[in-house]
Design a protein around this ligand. Sequence first.
Ligand SMILES: [Zn+2]
Length: 320
Amino acid sequence: MKRKLAAFFAALTLILSSFGVFTACSVEKTDIVVSIFPEYDWVMNILGEKKSDLGVKLLAKSGADLHNFQPKSDDILAIAKCKLFIYVGGESDEWVDEVLAENPNSDRITINLLEVLGENAKIEEPVGDEDHEEEYDEHVWLSLKNAQIFVDEIADAIGKIDGENAGTYTENAAAYKAKLNALDEKYLAATEKAETKTLLFADRFPFRYLVDDYGLSYFAAFSGCSAANSAASLDTIVRLADKLIEHSLNTILIIEGSDGSIARSVIQTAKDKGYTGQVETKVLDSLQAATIKEYESGRNYLAVMESNLSVLSAALKVSD
Ligand SMILES: [Zn+2]
C-alpha cells in the first residue's frame, strides 16, 4: 500500500509540474477541506453569511461512507493547498497521515476530531462472542455534546484563517451551539421519561457516543460498524431475539441503507419462541454516507438528529 501511494505521488508531482498554472487556478478556491457530511454542515453554519467568501470542499460527497472513502487526485491536491483540513482521525482515515506528510504546508491548520475528544474518545465494545479487534468508534458526530466541542474548535480555526471575520464566526458558532444544546436537552428529557432504557440494533452499531450521552444500554448484531461485518450468525439472531423478549421491546433498530434482513430474522425467531408483542423495524440515521446533493436539498445534521429523536422515543417507549 505504501509503495503504491509513493508511486502515485511521484506521478502526481510530475503532472503538477507540467500543469502548474492550471492546477493552481482550479484549487485556489478551496480554503477548507472536510472529510465527512456533518463537518461540512458545521462549517457552513459557522460561516453563515460568509459562506460564499471561502471555498469549502467535502471529500466523501457521493455516498461512500467514511469506512470506504478513498481520496482521488483532486482531493489530495485540495488537502495539499488548503488552509484548514478537518477529518475524524480513526481507522478509516489511515490514508490521511501519509497525504499530510507528503504535502507539507505550514499555512494549513488540521483538526483531527478524535484528537479533539482526547480522553473522551470511545472504544467500540465487543458484543456476543464475536472476535473483535479494539478500535476507536469513529462516529464521533453522533453526540450532540461532541458536536458542540467540535463547533468551537472549528470556529476558532476558521477565525485564524480569516481573522478579519473571526468575530462573526464566533457569533455564528454560539448561535448554532445553542440549537445543538437545545436538542441535547430534548434528548435528555425524552430519555428520562423513557419506559425502557434498552435499544436493540439488528445491524452494525455506530451509535456508542449517542447511547452513552443518555445512559442507554444496547444490544447489537455487531460491535462496530466496519462493512466487513454484514452477515449475522444464527447465534447472533437468537441472542437478539432473546433480548427482545427479555426486555419486552417494540422496536428493532437498523441503520440507513440496511436491507433489514437481520431484523426480520430476529422478529421471526422471537415469534417462534412465543413472543406476542408488536415489533416494528425503524431506521436510526447515522449520517455516515450522506451526500452533498442531499445537503443541498435540505438534509442537515440538526434535522437528522431531530428525526432520530422521534425514532428513539418510540423505541424507548417515551410517553408524552
Ligand atoms: Zn460506520
